[in-house]
Design a protein around this ligand. Sequence first.
Ligand code: CU
Length: 192
Amino acid sequence: MFVLDPAGKRGRFLVLAVAAVAVMALLAACSGKTKAQPAAGSPTSSSAATSSPAATSAPASATATAAATTVTVRAEDFSFHLDKTVVPAGSVHFVLVNDSKDYEHELWVYPQGQPKLQQMLAVKDAGKDVDEMDYLTGVAGKVEDVPPGKTASFDATLQPGTYELSCFITSTIGGKAMVHYEMGMHATLTVQ
Ligand SMILES: [Cu+2]
């Protein structure tokens, strides 16, 4: 009966030792993660560079460049559906998914409140082709004429403010030239 007690103690010690190793492994994994994470958040790249030694600062900043905000815009006939409507200022990756079976769609991103927008729409309503760049100012990015079922993307650098996302394709519907914008293909994106 005196044999049972030491065996029990040894068993308990083994359990504790295994648990301690597991905790240390967890801590190591966690600290590894927290070191990598500042690289994903855009504004903290300078603090990441100062806290980590010179050898690791190069891959950390490379990760920060790749980790831009992505806004996915699904186009239907005739509306946009955004996966987010508020994003932080900086580099934004726009993905346009054309869910239509019949129509090309496109995506323009520019600051809201364009003085010549209505003028441009009037010219398009008259069935004339225009260069949108002649009417819009501060265009941050665009992808034009994306075929039905296709996906296209571009990167834009956005300052804080309100942006409009628009499709300016003109389709002849019921014998009349219709600009998709006027049928509802525009949305608002807030940049903070
Ligand atoms: Cu469209």
